[in-house]
Every structure is written in C-alpha cells, then in structure tokens.
Design a protein around this ligand. Structure first.
Ligand code: SF4
Length: 330
C-alpha cells in the first residue's frame, strides 16, 4: 500500500467542481444492471481472464492461476488510511480494503507476504460487504479497493449486499493498471474514482521486475478505458474530497527502469495533459531487491528531479508530487 506523503503540486492542482452526492452504482443497482454485471463477472471466473494474463482456469472449480486467487475473496487488512492523495484520504481517512494475492510478482514488492505468499483471511462475500458498511460507519470518506483486479466479481457481489445495508460511499479502484479491458468495462458506472498505476514503459523490464506479460499495451488499454468512463476531471465535493475521476500513479524506479519520461509523455499525448498524476518518490528496496546491484538502492535526488522536469516539460497540469526525502542508507 503506498504510504504517500502527498504534496500539493506547485502547478494548479484541482478544479473544484460541484458533483452530485449520489454514487452512480446506486442507479445500476436500482435498474438491475448491477446484478447482471455480477452474473457476467462470475461467469469470467469459470475461465479466468480478469487480468491480461488470461490464465483461462476455472476458479469456481478450485483451480488456481498465476495470482493464486480462488473463488472467495481474501483480505489482508481493512482500515481507515490517512496517507493517500489529499482528496482521497481527506481528514477521516480512506476506507481501505487491501486484498491478498496479486497478478504481479514484483521483485521489490513491499507487501510480498500478502501479494505473493497469500497472507490474509478468506472471507465470504457477505463478510466483505459487512466490511464495506463498517468502514462507512467509521466515517471514512470512500471505499478504497487495493489490489482488486483478481476479485472483481466478489467485490461486485459484496457491493450489492452492502448497498442493501445502506452503503453509499464513493468507490475507489486502486489497481496496478494490469486490468483486462473487459474487467474495467464491468466496472463502468460502478467505480467512481479510478486510481491505477502506470508502472512501466517497457515490456521486457515489466516482465523481468514484476512478472507482467505484455504490461505496456495492457496497461495503456486499461487506462484508456478508465479515462473513457470518467474523463480527465477530478470532481470534488464541497469539502474537497474526490467523488469521481481518474488519478494515475507512477513510482520512479532507480536507473530509469520505470521509463518515467515515456510514461508521462504517453499520458500527455494519448490521454490529456490535464489528467491527474501522482508522482511517487517512495521506492525503497524490499523483498528480492535487497542487495540487487540496481534495485538495491533508493532513487537519487537527481533521478527524481529528472522526473519532475519531465512533468513540467510535458506541461502536465494536475496532480501531486511526493516529497523527496534524503535517507541515510548506512
Ligand atoms: S486474475 Fe489471476 S487467475 Fe485470473 S487471469 Fe489474472 S492471474 Fe490468472
């Protein structure tokens, strides 16, 4: 989970736009469309293609694919999280549900016991729906689904149950950006705020460092679909909290491995320079990156300044820049 110390961009950050307070998923629920999506999504579990890895295995029959996720959701933690971007965390925190398993195997994953070793608790969808209601009761501003891709059907089913119980928070979809376009389409009108990563600009690097297959094209297709659904505006309520929109996260890696300039250039060219971007400097070596000749160090100040310069030169207009902190590596 990214622990953002989000800093307001020096450039214009947000354009407050009055937005209706009613999450769009309520209309889908009332019309019966949400139920149709749930059925469609569970059908995908019979030959899982929720992410672009396309394992094609029957998870409902107990088969496991690359991510190791099964038929029931597995939750690692759920809590109010204060360190997301300011319009997501607000003053009372983002109601975060952190899912176990992952469609990637990042060498530097800070949460590898959860993502790669399966640490977490298997819960029925009824319990997942109850968690959503409990986070709402705690006063969280939104529901933040972290690493949700491989559990989209179960999340939709839990959401329907939570709605029956009075759930009304905006939904944040916080993924690696390695989502099948068809999966993102199942979320059209359900998700209010997309918070995907754009991790890499090179497939070979994405494969080597994270085990992603065909990341760049798949990521860009998913981002296009998210952008198509919610556009470039980040709609805020009267308290400055996000209620609808898209924020793309990008973490700068050592030695230019994340392809930061290319990632930012693609967003500016193929989406809009006005898309909100959260630029992160928080990389530190974890898991298999410890001791690695390239990945075994934090990024340098110069590397981060290059990323900031690219942001400026591309005339990207909105977002947040994480503060760079000098750390004594001794
Ligand atoms: S979600 Fe998991 S099982 Fe499904 S295609 Fe992706 S890696 Fe394979």
């Amino acid at each position: 989970m990214p622990d953002l110390q989000s800093q307001p961009n020096q450039l214009p950050t947000t354009r407050p736009v009055a937005a209706p307070g009613r999450p769009s998923y309520l209309e889908l629920h009332d019309s019966g469309e949400l139920q149709r999506r749930i059925e469609q999504a569970y059908e995908v579990l019979h030959h899982c293609t929720l992410c672009p890895r396309d394992c094609g295995i029957d998870r409902l029959a107990g088969e496991k694919g690359y991510c190791r996720a099964g038929a029931e959701p597995v939750v690692a933690s759920w809590n109010a999280h204060p360190w997301e971007e300011p319009p997501i965390s607000g003053t009372r925190g983002s109601g975060t549900i952190f899912f176990t398993h992952c469609t990637a195997r990042c060498l530097f994953c800070q949460n590898y016991p959860i993502s790669q070793l399966g640490v977490g608790q298997q819960v029925p969808v009824q319990r997942l729906g109850a968690m959503m209601l409990e986070l709402q009761a705690r006063g969280c501003h939104n529901l933040n689904l972290v690493t949700p891709t491989h559990f989209v059907p179960q999340i939709l089913a839990a959401l329907a149950l939570a709605i029956e119980g009075g759930f009304r928070l905006p939904l944040v979809y916080n993924s690696s950006g390695y989502d099948a376009v068809e999966t993102v389409r199942l979320l059209d009108g359900v998700v209010d705020i997309y918070l995907p990563d754009a991790k890499y600009a090179d497939d070979a690097i994405a494969q080597r460092l994270s085990g992603f297959r065909g990341y760049v094209e798949a990521n860009r297709a998913a981002l296009r679909e998210m952008y198509h659904q919610v556009g470039d505006e980040l709609l805020l309520d009267e308290n400055g909290l996000a209620v609808r929109g898209l924020i793309i996260r990008h973490m700068v890696l050592p030695d230019g491995l994340a392809g930061t300039e290319q990632v930012l250039a693609w967003i500016a060219r193929e989406l809009e320079p006005s898309v909100y971007i959260s630029l992160m400097a928080q990389y530190f070596p974890a898991h298999k990156a410890v001791g690695d000749p390239v990945l075994g160090r934090r990024i340098t100040h110069e590397e981060y300044l290059r990323a900031l310069t690219a942001f400026d030169e591309l005339e990207l207009e909105h977002g947040w820049r994480q503060e760079y902190c000098e750390v004594d590596e001794e």
